[in-house]
Design a protein around this ligand. Structure first.
Ligand code: FEO
Length: 169
């Protein structure tokens, strides 16, 4: 059984993961409207990952005999000033998600719920990767000043990204 407090916190996290999916879909739309189909593909795959994260929490709550409570999802930002702006927003957002996962881990640890602690370890590692990826891409974008031939090269590179669910999923 999950404590009421942990169940509520995990349900909040489900909402945050679905919001992340919406945010990245919004960024994909912005990229497509600006002819950056490769970067749009990056964000579409990112949105699929976020859906996967939400469902991983969703299934965990069910497996623990808890109750999933879905809430309305806030509208994501739809206006971005540049491609660098979208990646800066992505970096900020992922930092917030990391904090949220860390807070969940702190709560699970405080409550001695080792099943939740064990489950959350995957997300702790995932956030390291998520932040590292966006930071690297933002760095590359800054090198090419977010435009010109450098941006087109990055766009081609990101067109190859595909969503691969982890094997244990
Ligand atoms: Fe679900 Fe991008 O963290």
């Amino acid at each position: 059984m999950l404590s009421k407090k942990l169940q509520e916190a995990i349900n909040e996290q489900i909402n945050k993961e679905f919001f992340s999916e919406f945010l990245y879909l919004s960024m994909a739309a912005y990229c497509q409207q600006n002819d950056l189909d490769g970067v749009a593909n990056y964000y579409l795959v990112q949105a699929q990952e976020e859906h996967f994260h939400a469902m991983k929490f969703f299934n965990f709550v069910i497996d623990k005999g808890g109750k999933v409570t879905l809430k309305s999802i806030d509208a994501p930002k739809t206006n971005f000033s540049s491609i660098i702006d979208t990646f800066e927003e992505t970096q900020k957002h992922e930092q917030l998600v990391t904090k949220s996962i860390n807070d969940l881990m702190a709560l699970a640890t405080k409550e001695d719920d080792y099943a939740v602690v064990s489950f959350l370890k995957w997300f702790i590692d995932e956030q390291v990767e998520e932040e590292a990826t966006v930071t690297k891409l933002l760095g590359k974008l800054n090198i090419v000043d977010g435009k010109g031939e450098g941006l087109l090269m990055l766009d081609r590179e990101l067109a190859a990204r595909v969503f691969t669910p982890p094997p244990a999923a």
